[in-house]
Design a binder for this molecule. Structure first.
Ligand SMILES: NC(=O)c1ccc[n+]([C@@H]2O[C@H](COP(=O)([O-])OP(=O)(O)OC[C@H]3O[C@@H](n4cnc5c(N)ncnc54)[C@H](O)[C@@H]3O)[C@@H](O)[C@H]2O)c1
Ligand SMILES: [Fe+2]
Length: 387
Protein backbone atom coordinates (compact mmCIF):
# COMPACT_ATOMS: atom_id res chain seq x y z
CA UNK A 1 0.00 0.00 0.00
CA UNK A 2 1.27 3.48 -0.83
CA UNK A 3 1.64 5.86 2.12
CA UNK A 4 -1.18 8.38 2.47
CA UNK A 5 -2.33 11.26 4.64
CA UNK A 6 -5.77 11.80 6.16
CA UNK A 7 -7.17 15.25 6.92
CA UNK A 8 -10.23 16.19 8.95
CA UNK A 9 -11.44 18.96 11.27
CA UNK A 10 -10.05 18.90 14.80
CA UNK A 11 -13.47 18.22 16.29
CA UNK A 12 -16.90 17.41 14.80
CA UNK A 13 -20.00 17.63 17.01
CA UNK A 14 -22.69 15.38 15.54
CA UNK A 15 -26.37 14.99 16.37
CA UNK A 16 -29.78 16.62 16.75
CA UNK A 17 -29.61 19.91 18.63
CA UNK A 18 -25.80 20.14 18.64
CA UNK A 19 -25.90 23.66 17.17
CA UNK A 20 -26.70 24.79 20.72
CA UNK A 21 -23.21 23.62 21.73
CA UNK A 22 -21.51 26.31 19.68
CA UNK A 23 -20.79 28.58 22.65
CA UNK A 24 -19.15 25.77 24.60
CA UNK A 25 -17.17 24.79 21.53
CA UNK A 26 -15.91 28.35 21.06
CA UNK A 27 -14.75 28.41 24.68
CA UNK A 28 -12.95 25.10 24.30
CA UNK A 29 -11.15 26.39 21.24
CA UNK A 30 -10.28 29.63 23.05
CA UNK A 31 -12.30 31.72 20.59
CA UNK A 32 -14.64 34.53 21.59
CA UNK A 33 -15.31 37.01 18.77
CA UNK A 34 -16.92 35.30 15.77
CA UNK A 35 -18.16 36.73 12.50
CA UNK A 36 -21.05 34.56 11.30
CA UNK A 37 -21.12 34.01 7.52
CA UNK A 38 -24.56 33.03 6.20
CA UNK A 39 -27.14 33.76 3.51
CA UNK A 40 -30.23 36.02 3.54
CA UNK A 41 -32.64 33.08 3.79
CA UNK A 42 -31.09 31.86 7.06
CA UNK A 43 -31.82 35.28 8.55
CA UNK A 44 -35.32 35.80 7.07
CA UNK A 45 -36.42 32.25 7.98
CA UNK A 46 -34.97 32.69 11.49
CA UNK A 47 -33.10 29.38 11.19
CA UNK A 48 -30.00 31.33 12.23
CA UNK A 49 -31.58 31.89 15.67
CA UNK A 50 -30.82 28.25 16.54
CA UNK A 51 -27.23 29.45 16.53
CA UNK A 52 -27.48 33.06 17.64
CA UNK A 53 -30.04 32.86 20.48
CA UNK A 54 -27.93 30.59 22.73
CA UNK A 55 -24.83 32.62 21.85
CA UNK A 56 -26.53 35.91 22.73
CA UNK A 57 -27.83 34.42 26.00
CA UNK A 58 -24.28 33.40 26.88
CA UNK A 59 -23.01 36.91 26.14
CA UNK A 60 -20.92 36.06 23.09
CA UNK A 61 -20.26 39.16 20.96
CA UNK A 62 -20.87 38.17 17.33
CA UNK A 63 -21.66 39.90 14.06
CA UNK A 64 -23.40 38.56 10.97
CA UNK A 65 -22.35 38.83 7.32
CA UNK A 66 -25.40 37.56 5.44
CA UNK A 67 -24.70 38.70 1.87
CA UNK A 68 -23.51 35.34 0.54
CA UNK A 69 -25.06 34.06 -2.70
CA UNK A 70 -25.58 30.53 -4.06
CA UNK A 71 -22.49 29.33 -5.95
CA UNK A 72 -20.35 32.19 -4.58
CA UNK A 73 -18.27 34.53 -6.74
CA UNK A 74 -14.97 36.29 -6.08
CA UNK A 75 -16.92 39.58 -5.75
CA UNK A 76 -18.79 38.30 -2.68
CA UNK A 77 -15.56 37.01 -1.17
CA UNK A 78 -13.97 40.45 -1.46
CA UNK A 79 -17.03 42.01 0.22
CA UNK A 80 -16.71 39.45 3.02
CA UNK A 81 -13.01 40.17 3.49
CA UNK A 82 -13.85 43.87 3.81
CA UNK A 83 -16.30 42.96 6.60
CA UNK A 84 -13.60 40.95 8.38
CA UNK A 85 -11.60 44.17 8.72
CA UNK A 86 -14.47 45.87 10.65
CA UNK A 87 -13.66 44.41 14.04
CA UNK A 88 -11.08 42.26 15.72
CA UNK A 89 -12.78 38.94 14.95
CA UNK A 90 -10.92 35.82 15.99
CA UNK A 91 -12.89 33.25 13.97
CA UNK A 92 -15.58 32.72 11.34
CA UNK A 93 -18.69 30.61 11.84
CA UNK A 94 -20.22 29.51 8.54
CA UNK A 95 -23.93 28.68 8.83
CA UNK A 96 -25.82 27.42 5.77
CA UNK A 97 -25.43 25.20 2.74
CA UNK A 98 -22.20 24.72 0.84
CA UNK A 99 -22.33 28.26 -0.52
CA UNK A 100 -21.96 30.15 2.80
CA UNK A 101 -19.43 27.56 4.01
CA UNK A 102 -17.35 27.91 0.84
CA UNK A 103 -17.63 31.70 1.09
CA UNK A 104 -16.25 31.72 4.63
CA UNK A 105 -13.39 29.42 3.60
CA UNK A 106 -12.42 31.67 0.71
CA UNK A 107 -12.70 34.78 2.91
CA UNK A 108 -10.21 33.48 5.45
CA UNK A 109 -7.80 32.39 2.68
CA UNK A 110 -8.00 35.70 0.82
CA UNK A 111 -7.72 37.71 4.05
CA UNK A 112 -4.51 35.85 4.89
CA UNK A 113 -2.71 36.15 1.58
CA UNK A 114 -4.27 39.10 -0.27
CA UNK A 115 -4.40 39.39 -4.04
CA UNK A 116 -7.26 37.90 -6.08
CA UNK A 117 -9.19 34.70 -5.51
CA UNK A 118 -7.92 33.29 -8.80
CA UNK A 119 -4.35 33.39 -7.40
CA UNK A 120 -5.36 30.45 -5.18
CA UNK A 121 -6.95 28.08 -7.67
CA UNK A 122 -5.38 24.64 -8.21
CA UNK A 123 -2.58 23.80 -8.78
CA UNK A 124 -1.80 26.55 -6.21
CA UNK A 125 -1.97 25.29 -2.62
CA UNK A 126 -4.06 27.39 -0.22
CA UNK A 127 -2.70 26.27 3.15
CA UNK A 128 -2.89 29.54 5.08
CA UNK A 129 -6.01 30.99 6.74
CA UNK A 130 -6.30 34.35 8.50
CA UNK A 131 -8.49 32.85 11.23
CA UNK A 132 -10.09 29.50 12.04
CA UNK A 133 -13.49 28.44 10.74
CA UNK A 134 -16.31 26.55 12.43
CA UNK A 135 -18.70 25.16 9.81
CA UNK A 136 -22.37 24.37 10.48
CA UNK A 137 -24.10 22.85 7.43
CA UNK A 138 -27.85 23.22 6.89
CA UNK A 139 -27.99 20.95 3.82
CA UNK A 140 -27.06 17.27 3.47
CA UNK A 141 -25.02 18.16 1.66
CA UNK A 142 -21.80 19.20 0.22
CA UNK A 143 -19.70 17.85 3.08
CA UNK A 144 -17.84 21.16 2.84
CA UNK A 145 -17.84 21.28 6.67
CA UNK A 146 -15.02 18.75 6.61
CA UNK A 147 -13.31 19.24 3.26
CA UNK A 148 -10.15 21.09 2.29
CA UNK A 149 -11.86 22.55 -0.77
CA UNK A 150 -13.75 25.69 -1.64
CA UNK A 151 -15.30 26.38 -5.02
CA UNK A 152 -15.49 30.00 -6.09
CA UNK A 153 -16.65 31.43 -9.42
CA UNK A 154 -14.32 33.87 -11.14
CA UNK A 155 -16.94 36.33 -12.43
CA UNK A 156 -14.72 37.69 -15.22
CA UNK A 157 -13.99 34.32 -16.80
CA UNK A 158 -17.14 32.37 -15.80
CA UNK A 159 -14.95 29.75 -14.22
CA UNK A 160 -15.82 27.75 -11.11
CA UNK A 161 -12.39 27.55 -9.55
CA UNK A 162 -11.35 24.69 -7.30
CA UNK A 163 -9.27 26.00 -4.40
CA UNK A 164 -7.64 23.42 -2.16
CA UNK A 165 -5.49 23.39 0.94
CA UNK A 166 -5.45 23.33 4.72
CA UNK A 167 -6.60 26.96 4.70
CA UNK A 168 -10.01 25.71 3.53
CA UNK A 169 -10.30 22.93 6.12
CA UNK A 170 -12.53 23.98 9.03
CA UNK A 171 -11.05 23.76 12.51
CA UNK A 172 -14.36 22.35 13.75
CA UNK A 173 -17.77 21.35 12.41
CA UNK A 174 -21.21 21.01 13.97
CA UNK A 175 -23.40 18.54 12.10
CA UNK A 176 -26.99 18.94 13.31
CA UNK A 177 -29.59 17.24 11.08
CA UNK A 178 -32.44 19.17 12.76
CA UNK A 179 -31.32 22.14 10.67
CA UNK A 180 -32.32 20.29 7.48
CA UNK A 181 -36.05 19.69 8.05
CA UNK A 182 -36.90 22.89 6.15
CA UNK A 183 -34.87 22.01 3.04
CA UNK A 184 -37.39 21.85 0.13
CA UNK A 185 -37.58 18.66 -1.99
CA UNK A 186 -35.71 20.08 -5.00
CA UNK A 187 -32.73 21.10 -2.85
CA UNK A 188 -32.96 17.85 -0.83
CA UNK A 189 -32.61 15.95 -4.10
CA UNK A 190 -29.79 18.08 -5.52
CA UNK A 191 -27.72 18.14 -2.34
CA UNK A 192 -28.38 14.43 -1.70
CA UNK A 193 -27.20 13.45 -5.18
CA UNK A 194 -24.14 15.65 -4.62
CA UNK A 195 -23.35 13.65 -1.45
CA UNK A 196 -23.87 10.36 -3.23
CA UNK A 197 -21.60 11.51 -6.05
CA UNK A 198 -18.91 12.43 -3.50
CA UNK A 199 -19.05 8.96 -1.97
CA UNK A 200 -19.11 7.12 -5.31
CA UNK A 201 -16.33 9.23 -6.85
CA UNK A 202 -14.18 8.85 -3.72
CA UNK A 203 -14.73 5.08 -3.85
CA UNK A 204 -13.73 4.68 -7.51
CA UNK A 205 -11.05 7.40 -7.40
CA UNK A 206 -7.49 6.48 -8.32
CA UNK A 207 -6.54 8.22 -5.06
CA UNK A 208 -8.81 6.18 -2.77
CA UNK A 209 -7.27 4.96 0.50
CA UNK A 210 -8.44 2.45 3.13
CA UNK A 211 -9.68 5.39 5.26
CA UNK A 212 -11.59 7.08 2.45
CA UNK A 213 -13.04 3.70 1.44
CA UNK A 214 -14.45 3.07 4.92
CA UNK A 215 -16.19 6.43 4.93
CA UNK A 216 -17.39 6.17 1.32
CA UNK A 217 -18.85 2.71 1.96
CA UNK A 218 -20.78 3.91 4.99
CA UNK A 219 -21.96 7.02 3.13
CA UNK A 220 -23.24 5.02 0.14
CA UNK A 221 -25.21 2.73 2.47
CA UNK A 222 -26.78 5.65 4.34
CA UNK A 223 -27.54 7.79 1.29
CA UNK A 224 -28.70 4.88 -0.85
CA UNK A 225 -31.25 3.87 1.78
CA UNK A 226 -32.48 7.36 2.68
CA UNK A 227 -32.27 9.84 -0.20
CA UNK A 228 -35.68 8.99 -1.67
CA UNK A 229 -37.26 8.95 1.80
CA UNK A 230 -35.91 12.40 2.67
CA UNK A 231 -37.10 13.70 -0.71
CA UNK A 232 -40.65 12.35 -0.34
CA UNK A 233 -40.99 12.87 3.44
CA UNK A 234 -39.15 16.07 4.44
CA UNK A 235 -40.01 15.64 8.14
CA UNK A 236 -38.76 12.06 8.38
CA UNK A 237 -36.20 12.48 11.17
CA UNK A 238 -34.53 9.13 10.65
CA UNK A 239 -34.00 9.80 6.95
CA UNK A 240 -32.76 13.36 7.57
CA UNK A 241 -30.33 12.15 10.24
CA UNK A 242 -28.99 9.38 8.00
CA UNK A 243 -28.58 11.80 5.07
CA UNK A 244 -26.67 14.27 7.24
CA UNK A 245 -24.34 11.54 8.54
CA UNK A 246 -23.87 10.21 5.04
CA UNK A 247 -23.14 13.66 3.60
CA UNK A 248 -20.48 14.36 6.21
CA UNK A 249 -18.87 10.95 5.76
CA UNK A 250 -18.91 11.42 2.00
CA UNK A 251 -17.19 14.78 2.48
CA UNK A 252 -14.50 13.17 4.64
CA UNK A 253 -14.06 10.49 2.00
CA UNK A 254 -13.66 12.76 -1.01
CA UNK A 255 -11.52 15.39 0.68
CA UNK A 256 -8.96 12.64 1.14
CA UNK A 257 -9.53 10.65 -2.08
CA UNK A 258 -10.63 13.51 -4.40
CA UNK A 259 -13.60 13.59 -6.72
CA UNK A 260 -13.36 12.59 -10.35
CA UNK A 261 -14.93 13.13 -13.77
CA UNK A 262 -18.49 13.99 -12.67
CA UNK A 263 -17.29 16.93 -10.59
CA UNK A 264 -14.72 17.91 -13.19
CA UNK A 265 -17.43 18.21 -15.88
CA UNK A 266 -20.07 19.58 -13.50
CA UNK A 267 -18.27 22.75 -12.40
CA UNK A 268 -18.13 24.32 -15.92
CA UNK A 269 -21.89 23.68 -16.34
CA UNK A 270 -22.51 25.54 -13.10
CA UNK A 271 -20.21 28.40 -14.06
CA UNK A 272 -21.55 29.00 -17.58
CA UNK A 273 -25.23 28.12 -17.16
CA UNK A 274 -25.91 28.70 -13.45
CA UNK A 275 -27.13 25.20 -12.76
CA UNK A 276 -27.01 24.38 -9.01
CA UNK A 277 -24.05 22.16 -8.19
CA UNK A 278 -25.92 18.99 -7.17
CA UNK A 279 -28.25 19.25 -10.16
CA UNK A 280 -25.41 19.49 -12.69
CA UNK A 281 -23.82 16.45 -11.02
CA UNK A 282 -27.10 14.55 -11.35
CA UNK A 283 -27.39 15.46 -15.05
CA UNK A 284 -23.99 13.84 -15.65
CA UNK A 285 -23.88 10.94 -13.18
CA UNK A 286 -25.59 8.14 -15.19
CA UNK A 287 -23.70 8.85 -18.45
CA UNK A 288 -20.31 9.20 -16.76
CA UNK A 289 -20.88 6.03 -14.73
CA UNK A 290 -21.72 4.22 -17.98
CA UNK A 291 -18.52 5.63 -19.57
CA UNK A 292 -16.31 4.61 -16.61
CA UNK A 293 -17.95 1.33 -15.59
CA UNK A 294 -15.64 -1.23 -17.13
CA UNK A 295 -12.48 0.51 -15.91
CA UNK A 296 -13.40 -0.21 -12.28
CA UNK A 297 -16.21 -2.76 -12.56
CA UNK A 298 -15.67 -4.49 -9.18
CA UNK A 299 -15.81 -1.12 -7.37
CA UNK A 300 -18.88 0.13 -9.25
CA UNK A 301 -20.58 -3.22 -8.67
CA UNK A 302 -19.87 -3.05 -4.95
CA UNK A 303 -21.16 0.53 -4.88
CA UNK A 304 -24.37 -0.70 -6.53
CA UNK A 305 -24.83 -3.36 -3.84
CA UNK A 306 -24.03 -0.99 -0.97
CA UNK A 307 -26.44 1.68 -2.15
CA UNK A 308 -29.27 -0.71 -2.90
CA UNK A 309 -29.26 -0.50 -6.70
CA UNK A 310 -28.23 -4.16 -6.90
CA UNK A 311 -28.82 -7.23 -4.73
CA UNK A 312 -26.08 -8.51 -2.42
CA UNK A 313 -25.59 -11.64 -4.55
CA UNK A 314 -25.61 -9.99 -8.00
CA UNK A 315 -22.42 -10.68 -9.97
CA UNK A 316 -20.29 -7.68 -10.97
CA UNK A 317 -21.54 -7.34 -14.55
CA UNK A 318 -25.19 -7.41 -13.49
CA UNK A 319 -24.64 -5.12 -10.50
CA UNK A 320 -22.79 -2.61 -12.69
CA UNK A 321 -25.61 -2.58 -15.24
CA UNK A 322 -28.15 -2.13 -12.44
CA UNK A 323 -26.16 0.84 -11.12
CA UNK A 324 -26.29 2.69 -14.43
CA UNK A 325 -30.00 1.97 -14.93
CA UNK A 326 -30.74 2.73 -11.29
CA UNK A 327 -29.09 6.15 -11.54
CA UNK A 328 -31.25 6.94 -14.59
CA UNK A 329 -34.37 5.88 -12.66
CA UNK A 330 -33.29 7.89 -9.61
CA UNK A 331 -32.99 11.01 -11.78
CA UNK A 332 -36.49 10.40 -13.13
CA UNK A 333 -37.90 9.95 -9.62
CA UNK A 334 -36.15 13.10 -8.35
CA UNK A 335 -37.27 15.13 -11.37
CA UNK A 336 -33.78 15.88 -12.65
CA UNK A 337 -34.01 17.59 -16.07
CA UNK A 338 -31.48 17.25 -18.88
CA UNK A 339 -29.52 20.45 -19.61
CA UNK A 340 -31.88 20.99 -22.58
CA UNK A 341 -35.03 20.58 -20.46
CA UNK A 342 -33.45 22.83 -17.81
CA UNK A 343 -33.62 25.56 -20.46
CA UNK A 344 -30.05 25.81 -21.72
CA UNK A 345 -30.31 26.61 -25.46
CA UNK A 346 -28.65 23.97 -27.67
CA UNK A 347 -26.61 26.58 -29.53
CA UNK A 348 -25.12 27.90 -26.26
CA UNK A 349 -24.36 24.39 -24.99
CA UNK A 350 -22.54 23.41 -28.16
CA UNK A 351 -20.75 26.76 -28.40
CA UNK A 352 -19.35 26.29 -24.89
CA UNK A 353 -18.64 22.56 -24.81
CA UNK A 354 -15.04 22.76 -26.00
CA UNK A 355 -14.18 25.44 -23.43
CA UNK A 356 -16.03 23.46 -20.74
CA UNK A 357 -13.98 20.37 -21.62
CA UNK A 358 -10.76 22.39 -21.36
CA UNK A 359 -11.82 23.77 -17.97
CA UNK A 360 -12.86 20.31 -16.76
CA UNK A 361 -9.43 18.89 -17.63
CA UNK A 362 -7.62 21.88 -16.06
CA UNK A 363 -9.33 21.25 -12.70
CA UNK A 364 -7.40 17.99 -12.40
CA UNK A 365 -10.47 15.99 -11.27
CA UNK A 366 -10.84 13.91 -14.49
CA UNK A 367 -7.34 12.49 -13.87
CA UNK A 368 -8.69 10.72 -10.75
CA UNK A 369 -11.37 8.91 -12.78
CA UNK A 370 -11.06 5.14 -13.34
CA UNK A 371 -11.22 5.85 -17.10
CA UNK A 372 -9.30 9.03 -17.89
CA UNK A 373 -10.96 10.86 -20.78
CA UNK A 374 -9.32 13.08 -23.38
CA UNK A 375 -10.75 16.39 -24.57
CA UNK A 376 -12.76 14.81 -27.41
CA UNK A 377 -14.29 12.19 -25.10
CA UNK A 378 -15.41 14.87 -22.66
CA UNK A 379 -17.07 16.74 -25.52
CA UNK A 380 -18.86 13.52 -26.55
CA UNK A 381 -20.12 13.14 -22.99
CA UNK A 382 -21.41 16.73 -22.99
CA UNK A 383 -23.16 15.89 -26.29
CA UNK A 384 -24.64 12.69 -24.86
CA UNK A 385 -26.22 14.28 -21.77
CA UNK A 386 -27.67 17.41 -23.43
CA UNK A 387 -31.06 15.76 -24.12
N1 LIG B 1 -16.22 22.88 -0.59
C1 LIG B 1 -16.63 21.69 -0.95
O1 LIG B 1 -16.00 20.71 -0.62
C2 LIG B 1 -17.86 21.59 -1.79
C3 LIG B 1 -18.36 20.33 -2.15
C4 LIG B 1 -19.52 20.29 -2.93
C5 LIG B 1 -20.16 21.47 -3.31
N2 LIG B 1 -19.64 22.66 -2.96
C6 LIG B 1 -20.26 23.95 -3.32
O2 LIG B 1 -21.36 24.17 -2.45
C7 LIG B 1 -22.31 25.01 -3.11
C8 LIG B 1 -23.68 24.39 -3.05
O3 LIG B 1 -24.07 24.22 -1.72
P1 LIG B 1 -25.52 23.60 -1.38
O4 LIG B 1 -25.84 22.61 -2.41
O5 LIG B 1 -25.51 23.20 0.03
O6 LIG B 1 -26.50 24.81 -1.64
P2 LIG B 1 -26.49 26.37 -1.22
O7 LIG B 1 -25.66 26.62 -0.03
O8 LIG B 1 -26.17 27.13 -2.46
O9 LIG B 1 -28.01 26.55 -0.85
C9 LIG B 1 -29.03 26.37 -1.84
C10 LIG B 1 -30.32 26.99 -1.36
O10 LIG B 1 -30.82 26.24 -0.27
C11 LIG B 1 -31.20 27.10 0.78
N3 LIG B 1 -31.07 26.38 2.06
C12 LIG B 1 -29.92 25.96 2.66
N4 LIG B 1 -30.21 25.33 3.82
C13 LIG B 1 -31.56 25.37 3.95
C14 LIG B 1 -32.45 24.90 4.97
N5 LIG B 1 -32.00 24.27 6.05
N6 LIG B 1 -33.77 25.12 4.78
C15 LIG B 1 -34.25 25.76 3.67
N7 LIG B 1 -33.44 26.21 2.69
C16 LIG B 1 -32.11 26.03 2.84
C17 LIG B 1 -30.25 28.28 0.65
O11 LIG B 1 -30.75 29.42 1.29
C18 LIG B 1 -30.17 28.43 -0.86
O12 LIG B 1 -31.23 29.18 -1.35
C19 LIG B 1 -21.82 25.17 -4.54
O13 LIG B 1 -21.19 26.41 -4.70
C20 LIG B 1 -20.84 24.03 -4.69
O14 LIG B 1 -19.87 24.29 -5.68
C21 LIG B 1 -18.53 22.72 -2.19
FE1 LIG C 1 -20.00 18.18 -4.93
Amino acid sequence: MDPFAFQAPRIIEIGGGTVAKTTALLARLNLSRPLIVTDPFMVSSKLIERLTTPMAEAGVAFDIFSDTIPEPTDIIIEAGVARMADQKYDCLIAFGGGSPIDTAKAMTILAAGGGKMRDYKVPAVADIAAMPLIAIPTTAGTGSECTRFTIITDHEHDEKMLIAGLGALPLAAIVDYELTFSVPPRITADTGVDSFTHALEAYVSRRATPFSDALAISAMRLIGANLRKAFHEPKNAEAREAMMLGATQAGMAFTNASVALVHGMSRPIGAHFHVPHGLSNAMLLPAITRFSLNSALPRYAEAARLSGFAAADDADQLAGAKLVNGLDELNAELGVPTPGKFGIPAADWHAKKSLMATQALASGSPANNPRIPNHAEIISLYDAVYG
